[in-house]
Structures are given as C-alpha cells and as structure tokens.
Design a binder for this molecule. Structure first.
Ligand SMILES: [Zn+2]
Length: 200
C-alpha cells in the first residue's frame, strides 16, 4: 500500500473516525491524501476550522490535501460533484479509499458516501467505510488497534468542536468499545465496501 485517500464531508470527520489509523499509516511510510468536501460553515467559524484542520494535518506531516469548499449541509449528489471527486481520485490514484458509511443521518455524509461508492465500483477502486457518529447500523468487520493517546492529541486540535460536539468523549467511548470487541485496549472499526487485494 503506497497511497491512501480519506474522503470526509466536514473538517474533523476523518480524524474522528480514522485518526488512529492515519497516524499508523503515516508512521509506516504510507502516503495519505485527504479530501474534505466542505469547511463546515454551520459547525463553527470557517477561519477557525481551516486553522484547526491544517494544524491536524501538520501533526500528521500531511502537506497536501483538497477541500472542495462545497456548501455545508447542502452537499448534493450531482454530475458536477461526481466529476470533482472522480478527477481527484484519478489524479491521485490511491491504492485504497476510506469514506463515510452510506447509511447515515447526516445528509452530507450520505451524499459523499453515495458518490464515492459509485466511483469506486466504476473505477475498480478498493473502498472501506468509516464509522461517523451519525452512522446507522454500523457493524465493523475490520478493526484496527490504535494508540488512543496519540489520537486524542490529534483531536485536541479541533478546539471549536470539543465543547460544541463533545468529540473527545464520543471518539474515546467508541474506540474503547471497538477495542473491547476486538480484544485490544482501543481500536477503530471499519466496514469493507470492496477490497481488491489486501489492506497493507
Ligand atoms: Zn461530518
């Protein structure tokens, strides 16, 4: 595995769900390319969210990422947005893509998942779903042991979301639960959409 793409609707989505795995991949020399679809206008002040996002990527030594700056809460499944996603996937050509689970109460998460799923099937890309706090009926079939204290450090960058959305408590509780389910202290849970070859 040389390059992995993480696609999230809002700033902090991918760190909340995959921060532990992102750190492990980086430490093992895998390139990570994040794609964020909105700046989360309705979840805080955009300038703060940009700063938080870039600090988080800085901690992970990620130098390059894309934000489509689509309108928060109004992400649509349409030809134009599919084309933008398709182009960045073709340009970066990742070996594996992670995105939201298609069944989710947040319309932006659902829209992103639906578009990425279609592209991955059409273009023969491996796809793994991550568990957002608004996913419905998410039962992991792939667990990744993580260092919670490193992940917590990453999440502490998102100061605007710690009080507003209680992200540390939510992520900690979920990663502890997935740890219990997989015989580890802390783990992240994932669902395989389609896997061509192995994960690493
Ligand atoms: Zn989100």
């Amino acid at each position: 595995m040389k390059k992995v793409m993480f696609i999230g609707a809002h700033p902090d989505d991918i760190e909340l769900s995959c921060g532990g795995l992102m750190k492990k991949l980086k430490d093992s020399g895998v390139e990570i390319f994040p794609v964020i679809c909105t700046w989360g206008l309705y979840g805080g002040i955009v300038s703060e969210r940009i700063k938080e996002q870039e600090e988080s990527f800085g901690l992970l030594s990620i130098k390059e990422y894309v934000n489509f700056n689509w309108r928060d809460t109004e992400v649509a499944v349409n030809g134009e947005n599919v084309k933008s996603l398709e182009e960045i996937i073709a340009e970066q050509n990742p070996d594996l893509i992670f995105t939201h689970y298609p069944d989710d109460t947040h319309q932006d998460h659902r829209a992103v998942a639906e578009m990425v799923k279609s592209i991955c099937y059409r273009k023969n890309k491996s796809l793994i779903y991550f568990d957002s706090n608004s996913s419905i009926g998410f039962v992991p079939d792939y667990f990744e042991e993580i260092n919670w204290f490193e992940k917590e450090g990453l999440l502490r960058n998102f100061k605007s979301q710690i009080d507003r959305s209680n992200i540390l408590v939510k992520a900690g509780a979920k990663n502890r639960l997935y740890g219990i389910q997989s015989g580890k202290d802390f783990a992240e849970g994932y669902k395989i959409g389609r896997l061509i070859g192995g994960i690493l």
